[in-house]
Design a protein around this ligand. Structure first.
Ligand code: ATP
Ligand code: MG
Length: 468
């Protein structure tokens, strides 16, 4: 609070002087003797609190208040009124004044009110900062990608953000559906209003309805209190319906109605509430197909599908992998207060061939683990989990064959050896089970094992191939 500032706007020098005496020690006190001077100082200094005299010759205090609110909305204004102008003070509060104090004022009371106003400014500044941070985090510049598919997505996000249309985001798990939904929200005019997430897969259908629409007291046995639903909470903002493919058909029709009419009724209620909510839905299932098969309402699908974004899996946009890896190396180092690591060339090669079933999330988690656990500044292939390194082994082998440095028959033998070893390991070194897993007979398996010189070793033994 040491850098707090207060502006006193009063045409009487005596009043300004006494205010300076009261607050001069704790904060910076600025003075203005007219409305024009006040506006000028507010523009330059953006004081936290403004004490504004309602009655000054030649100007209307209420007009000045409006002007102040226009140029510096975060500044809290306390009106100074004479007793007989208290009525005007009421309108002042309606115009956006924080408070009013009647003259002659009581010093303690004035202090208290100024403190409260400062607290309000501090809170709203903090909130503003937080919002900016969150907004920056979900700014398009923080969503990484240079593949054609992702550039198309970025373009769509910036176009669609400014509209109210419903958006459907389809993509495998971990491809960035929620990230894109947040980016749309934080790049829209709704950014200062809530972004509310409802995960339709996490709740049984009956609960989803009460989560979405809320209920009145006594709506059902355990409804002891009225509950506000997510539609209400998201008013003015965005409602993100994640995993919408999991929503039951009954809830789907209620949702469709709410979207189309922009009204809904709480469970057990009779009154209709009007809401202004933007809907973004996401699914990792093909909703169109699901709708054709009867698992999803076709009318809701068409209503949601006004704009649809398809997030491609990471394995089909490999050019984004190094970029994402760099991005996460920086972020994870910062988040964990550790120096940022680099990846060896072999690791990048391995990343480029690995199929990434968990998509971007898998890459992000892996980099976080490597940042924290890898002992070297440059992360080496040996720091990777076994499963990924094996993957790399095949990539290397394939390159070797194609380069002419390894005969095809050797590569095929290597592949067969690997498969047999894995099948044995998976079946607890039971040859009959391993053979059936591989779709062959026990006799053929034994023959192949002899040919490939596979000697079964105890799983406890330190044989790198067997311990995989
Ligand atoms: N293009 C990207 N740039 C930067 N980070 C990304 C990108 N795509 C995804 N991420 C990050 O990857 C993680 C997974 O993304 P998100 O949660 O949005 O995926 P999702 O599709 O909703 O996954 P799920 O279906 O599993 O819920 C998040 O931490 C997100 O920040
Ligand atoms: Mg998600």
């Amino acid at each position: 609070m040491n850098s707090a500032s207060l502006l006193i706007v009063d045409d009487e020098a005596g009043v300004r002087e006494s205010i300076r005496l009261i607050f001069g020690k704790q904060m910076r006190v600025l003075e203005a003797s007219s409305s024009d001077e006040a506006v000028r100082k507010i523009r330059q200094e953006t004081p936290d609190v403004i004490l504004l005299d309602i009655l000054m010759p030649g100007t209307d205090g209420l007009e000045t208040l409006k002007q102040i609110k226009g140029i510096h909305p975060e500044g809290q204004v306390i009106m100074l009124t004479a007793l007989n102008t208290a009525r005007t003070a009421f309108s002042a509060k309606e115009t956006g004044a924080f408070d009013y104090v009647t003259k002659p004022f009581d010093v303690d009371e004035l202090r208290l009110r100024v403190e409260r106003a400062l607290e309000k400014t501090r809170l709203s500044r903090e909130l503003e900062q937080l919002r900016e941070e969150v907004g920056r985090k979900y700014g398009i510049e923080n969503i990484v990608g240079k593949s054609k598919a992702m550039l198309e997505i970025f373009k769509a996000v910036s176009i669609v953000a400014g509209k109210k249309s419903t958006v459907l985001i389809i993509g495998e798990s971990g491809t960035g559906k929620e990230l894109i939904a947040r980016a749309i929200h934080y790049n829209s005019e709704r950014r200062s209003k809530p972004f509310v997430v409802v995960n339709c897969a996490a709740l049984p259908d009956t609960l989803i309805e009460s989560e979405l629409f809320g209920y009145e007291k006594g709506a059902f046995t355990n409804a002891y209190q009225r509950k506000v639903g997510h539609f209400d909470i998201a008013h003015g903002g965005t409602l993100f319906l994640d995993e919408i493919g999991e929503m039951g058909l009954g809830t789907q029709s209620k949702l469709l109605r709410a979207i189309e009419t922009e009204t809904f009724t709480r469970l057990g209620g009779t009154e209709e509430s009007t809401v202004d909510v933007r809907i973004i839905a996401a699914s990792n299932r093909d909703l169109e197909k699901l709708a054709k098969e009867g698992g999803f309402r076709a009318d809701l699908f068409y209503r949601l599908n006004v704009v649809s974004l398809h997030l491609p899996p990471l394995r089909v946009r490999r050019e984004d992998i190094p970029l994402l890896a760099d991005h996460f190396l920086r972020i994870k180092a910062r988040e964990n207060s550790m120096p940022s690591k680099t990846l060896s060339a072999e690791i990048v090669d391995c990343f480029m061939t690995y199929p990434w079933p968990g998509n971007v999330r898998e890459l992000e988690n892996l980099i976080e683990r490597l940042t924290i656990l890898s002992p070297n500044e440059t992360v080496l292939l040996s720091d990777l989990p076994q499963a990924m390194r094996n993957q790399d082994q095949w990539a290397t082998l394939r390159e070797e064959v194609l380069r002419g440095s390894c005969p095809l028959s050797d590569a095929v033998d290597e592949f067969e050896r690997e498969l047999i070893l894995r099948a044995l390991q998976k079946s607890g070194f039971n040859r009959t089970k391993a053979a059936s897993l591989l779709g062959t007979s026990r006799r053929v398996l034994r023959y192949r094992m002899e040919k490939l010189k596979i000697i079964e070793s105890d799983p406890g033994q330190d044989d790198s191939k067997m311990s995989r």
